[in-house]
Structure formats: structure tokens, C-alpha cells
Write a protein that binds this ligand. Structure first.
Ligand code: SAH
Length: 511
């Protein structure tokens, strides 16, 4: 945005923690933002929606460590907007529920800056829902109040009218209460609320780390100490807590809270990570492969010439990476998809077919079994004797496809495009977490992810032996077994969805 255009601030509610709970308007504002000022409670994943060159400013107020004062935040919002920038102020939950959103808007109005409020799902309601506690329930609770527990109820200057609130509503939700549970419970009991009233704490609601501690008003503070409850947590007092046992089973997610290692390349990890998150698991990303382009110029030139001369009956793609790398080379050589005009196109599986679709090419067939062998079988059925076949692929790829085609009488031109190598600088903290045995499951999506993970761990896979091993297909499973991690589950078809479904089934049966 140019500096002479007026800036604008979007005050966006990020929702309670699950990045999927932001609104469409909020997401659009994030995508368009030049600068984002975000809080500690806003899900960090949401920042991935911003453009790469958007400035990200952590104004996070961790307890006892104020990164920026409210005045500084207000001033920064005004300053960025006056510089003509699109500013997103991202806040946990809803911006107006104990979020000081009103103060920020006031400052913007005072400075003549335009602003838009994008409401969010407040933890006070959405967080309880995720724990199976409805804030109202027919016949049980017809009213609720949301209160801050931040004030010390034993001090004279309190603004929360605990005595009146104690019996005024059926459900009482207290935010920022963890440090003051004794005083809050006492104030409510002093106000006439029965000590036997059901009460619960929902910790880190809607995240993979969500926990629920159930008790009564009289003993919730002890229960919290015993369970080691830390903020952020929601205190809920009222009969609705008892509804949980009736509705929670329907919401149960077998993978909830599982830490699942994802070993794909950074570019490919996101679909698997999203599918795991949707099941309540926490994906831990360790890109075990990096794609290093390694084309042999002579072989590439030769293959492109043969394509132009319509000499190939088939071109067989064995991975989305191969599609990417090959098209890169084709473009570099000054050509495009028309090169394939009279060549049959075969793919190993659905993901590879999709990578081709993105370039406007439909595969002539996708074998039912997504493996090199499945691909070879499907091609053999169509007859390859005497045919010339191009296979652009990774260095050290599975040789089964090529061997079978050659045995069946095809002439195969292999073109090595890239090497799937372990990354040069793997994230230390993830390696440490693996070594500490913190993974509940590990996923492998190709042979090279197995080989390279072993390399990253200096061949010591012992810390993963207690984890559930999930493989995308039979060949990956074979590689995992050879590495000493025999798979507990193998996907029924080689797709991310089938992999997650298999893991989910396994977890459900084990539960
Ligand atoms: N504007 C936010 C609340 C900000 S006050 C909203 O609408 O949700 C911060 C308090 O919110 C925390 O102390 C905690 O009590 C509560 N909170 C926010 N996110 C939470 C979460 N994921 N789990 C439990 N409590 C949460």
C-alpha cells in the first residue's frame, strides 16, 4: 500500500486457540495485512496466513513480562496506520471480552484513524463448548455471566460484585482466575452459592493440550493445585458442568492431545499437519527431507528433444516433487505443457495427479495402488513392449518401476531431477523432544523420510520405539520395518486423509 493512502486498523478476534476458529473476515484481514500486532493468546499458526513480507510484532503480555505497555500498543497502532499501512491487531478470543479492544479503538478514534472490528469466538463460550460444557442448557441453565477473576476479591477496591453475582445467574464463567481460585470460590460461597455446586476448569481450551478438571465450588481450588493447573484456564461454576458427561462422548476425538511427528518436506507438511489438527492432535514438524535439485543437463536436453519429436509413448511421474522439478526444467528450456501433447501421462497416485492438474494436465490413469509397482502393473496392462518411456525422478528412487518396465520390453529413459536429502539445519528443539520420547506417533510418507529421519537422529531410533508408527503405503512400511520401526498402521490408500484415518482408527481401538 502506498504511503499516501490512508491506513486502516482491523481489530481481529483470533478465537480461543484452535486456528480454525478465526472468522473468514479475520482471515482476510490477516492475508491483506502489512503489519500484525499480536497477543500471547492468539494462535501463532494464524500468522502463517499473512504475506511473507508482512511485519509481525509480538506485543505479548506474558504474566510479569510486559513486552509493550497498552499506551505503547495504542501509539504503535496509530503510527503504523498513519504511515498508510494495513494494520491488524490480533487478539485472543473476542477483542471486547477483557481484551482492552475498546481502549484501542478509542485511541484510534482520537487520532482520526479508521478501524474495523472483527468479532471473534470468545473462550468464555467456545472454550467451554470444546470441553463439552454448554454455557446454557435447556432445563439446566437459562443465564450466564462472564467475569474477570483478575481482581483480588479480598481487597476493598473490587469492581466485580461477587456477592450479587454468586446467585444471580445459573452459569458463571470466570476468566483470569487461576491465581485467585481460593478467594473467588470463597467470595461466591459467602454470597450464598452452595459449596456443592459443580465447578470445572478448562485449561488451554480448543488446543491439542486441552484439559478439564472437574470438582465442586468448595474444592475446585484444591483440585486445581493437585492437577497443577496453569493459565490460560476458564473457571465455570454451575449445573451445566454435569451436562458434560452426557454430551462429551459425542465430541470425543481419539487423537486428541497426541503429539504426532510429521517428516515431510516443509512444502508438503501442511496438508498432513492440518488433517492431524482437525483430529485434535498436535503435529510436530520435522522436515526430514529437503529437495535439492540435481538435474543432469545432458539427460534433460535429450529428454526434452525426444518429447518434442513425439518419441515417447509415456511419461511416468512418481511423485509431486518430480512434477514440480520437471516442469521447472521444462520452463527453463523455454517450453510448456504442450510438450506432452501426444504423450501418455501416467502417475503413481492421486497427489501426483493433482500436481499435474495444477499445470492443466490430466493423467491418463492413476493406478489403484499408489506405488511404483502398482504404476508398473497398470502400464503393463496397457502394453509397453517396444514403447519408449520417460521417467523423471529422484536420485535413489525405488528401482521396481523401471525394472518391471524394462523386463516388459520398454525402453526407459530415466532422468534424475533431485535428491531428497536430510536438511542441513534441522530444528534442534524438535530433535530434543524426539530424543526425550515425547512423540505419541510418527508418520512416514516415503522411503526417504524414514532414511533421513534415521540420519537426523544419528541412526538412534530407540526413543521412537514407544510411539505409534504410521506409514502411507507398503513400500514406506517396508523401509520403516528395515529401520527397526515396524508400522502399527499403514494407510489403505496412499493419501494424507487415509493415513490420518488409519491412525485415528488405531487410536480409537486402543482407547
Ligand atoms: N478476549 C479473550 C479473553 C482475554 S482475557 C476471549 O474472548 O477469550 C485472558 C483469559 O481468557 C485467560 O486468563 C483465560 O481465562 C481465558 N482464555 C483465553 N483463551 C483461553 C483458552 N484457550 N483456554 C482457557 N482459557 C482461555
Amino acid at each position: 500500500m502506498s504511503a499516501d493512502a490512508p491506513g486502516h486498523v482491523w481489530l481481529v478476534g483470533a478465537g480461543p486457540g484452535d486456528p480454525g476458529l478465526v472468522t473468514q473476515a479475520g482471515l482476510r484481514a490477516l492475508r491483506d495485512a502489512d503489519v500484525v500486532l499480536y497477543d500471547r493468546l492468539a494462535p501463532p499458526e494464524l500468522l502463517d496466513a499473512c504475506s511473507e513480507d508482512a511485519e509481525r510484532i509480538d506485543v505479548g503480555k506474558a504474566p510479569g513480562r510486559a513486552a509493550m505497555t497498552q499506551e505503547q500498543i495504542n501509539a504503535a497502532l496509530v503510527e503504523h496506520a498513519r504511515a498508510g499501512r494495513r494494520v491488524v491487531r490480533l487478539k485472543g478470543g473476542d477483542p471486547f471480552v477483557f481484551g482492552r479492544g475498546g481502549e484501542e479503538l478509542q485511541a484510534l478514534a482520537g487520532a482520526g484513524v479508521e478501524a474495523t472490528v472483527v468479532p471473534g469466538v470468545t473462550s468464555a463460550i467456545g472454550g467451554l463448548a470444546a470441553a463439552g460444557i454448554p454455557v446454557t442448557h435447556r432445563g439446566v441453565a437459562a443465564s450466564f455471566a462472564v467475569v474477570t477473576g483478575h481482581e483480588d476479591p479480598t481487597k476493598p477496591a473490587v469492581q466485580v460484585r461477587w456477592a450479587e453475582l454468586a446467585t444471580a445467574t445459573d452459569t458463571l464463567v470466570v476468566l483470569m482466575s487461576v491465581g485467585r481460585l481460593d478467594g473467588i470460590a470463597q467470595a461466591l460461597m459467602d454470597g450464598g452459592r452452595d459449596p456443592g455446586t459443580p465447578a470445572a476448569l478448562v485449561v488451554e481450551a480448543t488446543t491439542p493440550r486441552q484439559r478439564v478438571v472437574e470438582s465442586t465450588l468448595g474444592s475446585i481450588a484444591d483440585a486445581a493445585r493437585e492437577a497443577g493447573v496453569e493459565p490460560p484456564a476458564l473457571l465455570v461454576v454451575g449445573e451445566v458442568v454435569t451436562v458434560r458427561e452426557r454430551i462429551e462422548p459425542a465430541q470425543r476425538r481419539p487423537l486428541a492431545g497426541w503429539r504426532v511427528l510429521v517428516t515431510r518436506t516443509r512444502r508438503q507438511a501442511s496438508t498432513l499437519a492440518e488433517a492431524l489438527t482437525a483430529e485434535g492432535a498436535e503435529p510436530v514438524l520435522l522436515p526430514a527431507i529437503e529437495i535439492e535439485r540435481r538435474a543432469e543437463p545432458e539427460a534433460v536436453r535429450h529428454a526434452i528433444e525426444a518429447l518434442r519429436g513425439r518419441r515417447y509413448a509415456w511419461v511416468a511421474f512418481t511423485s509431486p516433487n518430480a512434477v514440480d522439478a520437471w516442469f521447472h526444467l521444462v520452463r527453463e528450456a523455454g517450453h510448456d505443457a504442450r510438450l506432452f501433447a501426444e504423450t501418455g501421462i501416467a502417475t503413481v497416485g492421486a497427489a501426483t495427479a493433482r500436481a499435474l492438474e495444477e499445470r492443466g494436465l490430466s493423467a491418463d490413469f492413476v493406478p489403484p495402488r499408489g506405488s511404483g509397482e502398482g504404476l508398473a502393473d497398470a502400464m503393463l496392462e496397457r502394453g509397453v513392449e517396444g514403447a519408449r518411456v520417460l521417467v523423471p525422478r529422484a536420485e535413489r528412487a525405488d528401482p521396481a518401476l523401471i525394472e518391471r518396465l524394462r523386463t516388459a520390453g520398454a525402453t526407459v529413459d530415466e532422468v534424475t531431477l533431485y535428491l531428497a536429502a536430510p536438511p542441513a539445519a534441522p530444528p534442534r528443539e524438535v530433535l530434543d523432544a524426539i530424543r526425550a520420547g515425547e512423540m505419541d506417533a510418527v508418520t512416514f510418507t516415503s522411503r526417504s523420510t524414514v532414511r533421513n529421519l534415521a540420519a537426523l537422529l544419528d541412526a538412534d531410533l530407540e526413543p521412537l520405539r514407544a510411539a505409534v508408527v504410521a506409514c502411507i503405503g507398503p513400500q514406506t512400511a517396508e523401509a520403516a520395518t528395515e529401520a527397526g520401526l515396524p508400522p502399527h498402521v499403514v494407510a489403505e490408500e496412499p493419501s494424507v486423509d487415509a493415513l490420518v484415518a488409519a491412525l485415528r482408527r488405531y487410536a480409537a481401538e486402543g482407547a
